[in-house]
Design a protein around this ligand. Structure first.
Ligand SMILES: *[C@@H]1O[C@H](CO)[C@@H](O)[C@H](O)[C@H]1NC(C)=O
Ligand SMILES: *[C@@H]1O[C@H](CO)[C@@H](O)[C@H](O)[C@H]1NC(C)=O
Length: 200
């Protein structure tokens, strides 16, 4: 009785199987190699020390009626990129102001390119127009109003790309939280710089 072909593994397989093996190993090595190169480049140039600070902050046109808030904010954000080899594309930037975890205003910033070792300042003016507040929130904000200062949180959410030499890396989301941001009713009180936390 002749055996089935699967029963005689030694007849033809050698050449084809060897070739397939060879191709598989080559492809695998290439993948590992490329991965290693990317990892090494990343470790060498990994962007460090991006920093955000709010340098100025004020509020205008505050008005609260029937639990609806009108206000215009004015912030100057300082974004610092101390890296010597990495520059950044800011493709989308949204700056929002929240009070007791409720977002009450936001503003979008024009996309920009930040060179290496650069500090860029930009101004944002988030506007709250007839924003409905829950009763407790309205009460708190009224109390702060009469004390002459508000405590807000400012968040930046940005879509960024790192550029290393001529290489542009994939898009990532940068999240910045500045809290507490103390804003005085009266502009003569000045503004204390607020350092922000960065999550990348
Ligand atoms: C807020 O502004 C809108 C439009 O500018 C106005 O219609 C509304 O009455 C204002 N609300 C308050 C509470 O001042
Ligand atoms: C940072 O880069 C921006 C945009 O290229 C430029 O206008 C600004 O002068 C630079 N600032 C510093 C401190 O180099």
């Amino acid at each position: 009785m002749p055996r089935s072909t699967s029963g005689s593994p030694r007849a033809i397989p050698s050449k084809q199987a060897k070739l397939l093996n060879c191709i598989a190993i080559t492809i695998l090595s290439l993948i590992v190699l490329v991965g290693l190169i990317v990892l090494i480049i990343w470790l060498v140039v990994r962007p460090k020390g991006l920093a955000y600070t709010i340098e100025e902050g004020s509020i205008h046109g505050y008005d609260l009626k029937d639990n609806r808030l009108n206000a215009t904010f004015d912030f100057v954000l300082r974004s610092s990129n101390p890296n010597g080899k990495v520059s950044l594309y800011y493709d989308y930037i949204k700056v929002s102001v929240s009070y007791d975890d409720e977002t009450i205003a936001f503003d979008l910033v024009e996309p920009f390119f930040q060179p290496r070792r650069n500090v860029t300042r930009y101004e944002v003016k988030p506007v709250a127009r007839s924003v409905p507040l829950m009763g407790s929130l309205a009460k708190n904000i009224r109390r702060e109003r009469s004390s002459g200062k508000f405590v807000f949180e400012v968040r930046v959410k940005a879509r960024i790309r790192f550029k290393v030499g001529i290489m542009k890396l994939r898009r990532r989301t940068l999240r910045v939280l500045c809290s507490p941001v103390v804003v005085h009713m009266s502009s003569s009180k000045g503004f204390d710089w607020t350092r922000c936390d960065i999550d990348l």
